[in-house]
Write a protein that binds this ligand. Structure first.
Ligand code: FMN
Length: 283
């Protein structure tokens, strides 16, 4: 249950969001890489300007060169122009962005020469997710450094959440290749949004002993999340958004169970049901 905010708490929470700034020691203010990391924002509004091929190639190169467990590089990228996305999924790239990359955890490719994690699907999956997420972040930051904005998405815009089994069929992925997120890229339209509320460092960093969350700090953060969502979505609320996610999570959970662990009937992990709703299927 999401708490309801009174008017005073709503306004105070919005002010806190607007005052939120990265904390940069004055001695490091001129560091451009740090500024790129700290000023990065998820952008959901893009102009028409195309991303030049060399710029997009550099973004992909940043993904390719990300660090990974034992240098296994357990990722794959499905790369799309706006036209290619439209042809594949019969809908525009989310937020009308110029390019898109679907980032996948890939436990299939290395197995053609080396089985590093025999009979340990959870370890294998966790490693693949970790590594692919780092590649995604590398691409996101490289884009930012080149003036290209982006947002990572848990889905493809098809209306699902994760869309894992759907994407396995649409992209004809072999078992062991698991779609994780879509990153859409473009030049931003208009001003960047304010920084969504971050938990204070004291809430997320601790020494040798875990610190239980401070109830006041946690409530403060949740109030900012609720107020910020309300202020930026005229027709929806944070609670409604959570309800929407919850309505889709069951299918996502079933898809992932199947992709990571198999269906218990002897079929290998990653074996999915026969095509029922490929790229041109109904939503
Ligand atoms: C793995 C991942 C999935 C995300 N999925 C979505 C999404 O489906 N839709 C969306 O609008 N934003 C999505 N986001 C963006 C987050 O909402 C955003 O990162 C967060 O609110 C913090 O804002 P910032 O990136 O501007 O700092 C996702 C981010 C990550 C890392």
């Amino acid at each position: 249950m999401v708490p309801r905010l009174g008017l005073r708490e709503f306004v105070c929470s919005l002010l806190k969001i607007l005052r939120g700034r990265p904390r940069v020691p004055p001695s490091l203010e001129g560091n451009t890489l740090l500024a790129t990391i700290l000023d990065r924002r998820s952008v959901r509004s893009f102009g028409n300007r195309a991303i030049p091929d060399d710029v997009f190639a550099a973004i992909l190169e940043a993904g390719r060169l990300a660090p990974s467990t034992v240098n296994l590089q357990t990722w794959s990228f499905a790369v799309f122009s706006a036209g290619e996305w439209q042809a594949t999924f019969s809908r525009p790239v989310p937020f009308s962005a110029a390019r898109a990359v679907i980032v996948m955890g890939d436990t299939h490719r290395d197995k053609t020469v080396l089985d590093v994690f025999p009979a340990s699907p959870l370890v294998e999956y966790t490693v693949a997710v970790m590594n692919a997420s780092l590649a995604a972040m590398n691409m996101n930051l490289a884009a930012e450094a080149l003036g290209v904005a982006s947002v990572m998405l848990s889905e493809t815009g098809r209306s699902g959440f994760l869309d894992a089994a759907y994407l396995c069929r649409a992209l004809r992925l072999p078992p062991g290749v698991i779609p994780l997120m879509t990153i859409v890229f473009g030049y931003p339209r208009g001003a960047r949004p304010p920084m969504p509320p971050r938990l204070p460092l004291e809430q997320v960093a601790f020494g040798a002993q875990y610190c239980e969350p401070d109830p006041v700090a946690m409530h403060d953060w949740l109030a900012q999340m609720i107020a910020g969502y309300r202020a930026s979505h005229l027709t929806s609320t944070f609670e409604a958004q959570l309800r929407l996610y919850r309505s889709k999570i069951g299918q996502a959970e079933r898809d992932l169970q199947m992709l990571v662990f198999g269906n218990g009937s002897g079929a290998p992990p990653g074996t999915i049901q026969p095509p029922g709703d490929g790229p041109s299927g109904s939503d």
